[in-house]
Design a binder for this molecule. Structure first.
Ligand SMILES: NC(=O)c1ccc[n+]([C@@H]2O[C@H](COP(=O)([O-])OP(=O)(O)OC[C@H]3O[C@@H](n4cnc5c(N)ncnc54)[C@H](O)[C@@H]3O)[C@@H](O)[C@H]2O)c1
Length: 364
């Protein structure tokens, strides 16, 4: 028996959506995605963001095409309303609790936003897509933005690729891993055109001061000790946020439904190397306070700290024609200059918490 046409496919008056919905668009990576989407798509860029401590209007470009919907991604009514008020042609889902150290101090917020929030958003996208015509359905993508931390920890050799089994080890990475599984389940079960992306550590402008690179820059400028976990030998791969944002919009415009793309910068560095490079950049810019390296202080390691992450980005290179454009050293120098030039932004983001250490407790 032929399938009955969906009622909406018969309604030529259903306008084809043109918006790009970016959840978490007021955060670090989300706001870079908003800029990239403004440059490469037509129509409004709708930011759905709860404006937690990590998100801010400050991060959004002053552009009439940007629409901010202040809502919790786990609030099903608010999310459904956003889809009706601003029907999207594509969704890039970045809203998340994103800091491993906070997930050690308070894991339940990670379960709520990263797992429940993702399920709510996926289901709203499913309902939205069911009401679209064939052309809009064919073009629609739900890009679920995840992390390399879902794959666990590597030894000194090898790199994560799309065949690497999941082995998350912190409440943050476990909640992200679960959200990846939910996204794929909505793809397999309901035919939602889901694309999952996993990326290594990002750096660049507008990253919250609690994260390693801005944290070290700002503490060094304040002549405060630079706390390096353990012996500083944990290895991370670093990608500039604008390179990541470009890859994510590539995935939204040309990704294959059901595909997974891994983004990485081929820039593996120990944490100690990163801090030393920052110190050298600051010595150059603030010679009176040199050598900043004297501020380095080794502190008790993060509980369960993964040793090494590295990415094989062949899936993004072959599938999307994507490659990073900046070297780590260029990008890091630009990032230091951005923080030096945005003291007001820093003051507003540091807030009452200051630059104190979090994520030390929690052992049963
Ligand atoms: N930062 C990295 O190095 C990195 C690397 C790989 C993947 N990721 C992933 O990319 C995404 C963005 O990371 P980021 O570093 O920009 O994070 P971020 O913490 O800077 O921003 C998160 C944004 O989500 C918003 N948000 C948080 N909870 C929300 C909720 N319940 N409802 C709606 N909005 C909410 C915040 O207000 C903020 O604007 C996350 O999903 C993260 O897991 C990050």
């Amino acid at each position: 028996m032929p399938h009955a046409a969906r009622p909406d496919a018969l309604r030529p008056d259903v306008p084809r959506p043109t918006s790009t919905l970016v959840t978490g668009g007021a955060g670090f990576i989300g706001s870079a995605v908003v800029r990239e989407a403004l440059a490469r798509t037509d129509g409004p860029v709708v930011v759905l963001d709860a404006l937690t401590y990590a998100g801010s209007r400050d991060n959004l470009p002053d552009d009439p095409r940007v629409v901010l919907v202040e809502a919790d991604v786990a609030d099903a009514d608010a999310v459904a309303h956003a889809f009706t008020a601003h029907p999207p042609a594509r969704v890039l889902h970045l809203a998340a609790e994103s800091h491993v150290d906070r997930s050690i101090d308070g894991p339940m917020a990670f379960v709520q936003t990263n797992l429940v929030g993702t399920a709510v958003l996926l289901d709203a996208a499913r309902a939205h897509l069911a009401a679209q015509g064939d052309e809009a359905r064919a073009a629609f993508r739900f890009v679920h933005v995840s992390t390399d931390e879902v794959f666990g920890s590597l030894g000194d050799e090898g790199a994560f690729d799309t065949a690497t089994p999941y082995d998350p080890r912190s409440p943050y990475s476990a909640s992200k891993a679960g959200s990846d599984h939910l996204a794929r389940a909505w793809g397999h079960t309901f035919g939602l055109p889901v694309v999952v992306t996993n990326c290594s550590n990002n750096y660049g402008p507008r990253q919250h001061p609690e994260k390693l690179i801005p944290h070290m820059i700002l503490r060094a400028l304040a002549a405060e000790p630079l706390p390096v976990y353990g012996r500083g030998l944990n290895v991370r791969d670093w990608l500039h946020v604008d390179d990541h944002a470009r890859g994510l919009v590539d995935a939204a415009l040309a990704g294959t439904p059901g595909a997974t793309y891994l983004f990485g910068g081929s820039a593996e560095r120990t944490n100690l190397d990163v801090v030393r490079t920052l110190c050298m950049l600051l010595d150059d810019r603030r010679p009176d306070a040199a050598p900043h390296e004297d501020l380095i202080a080794f502190v008790t390691d993060r509980p369960g700290h993964d040793h090494r992450y590295a990415i094989d980005a062949a899936s993004a290179k072959n599938g999307l024609g994507w490659a990073p454009t900046r070297t780590f050293e260029e990008g890091l120098a630009e990032t230091v200059d951005w923080y030096l030039g945005h003291a007001d932004w820093v003051r507003r983001r540091v807030g009452a918490d200051g630059l104190r250490r979090i994520g030390t407790g929690g052992r049963a």
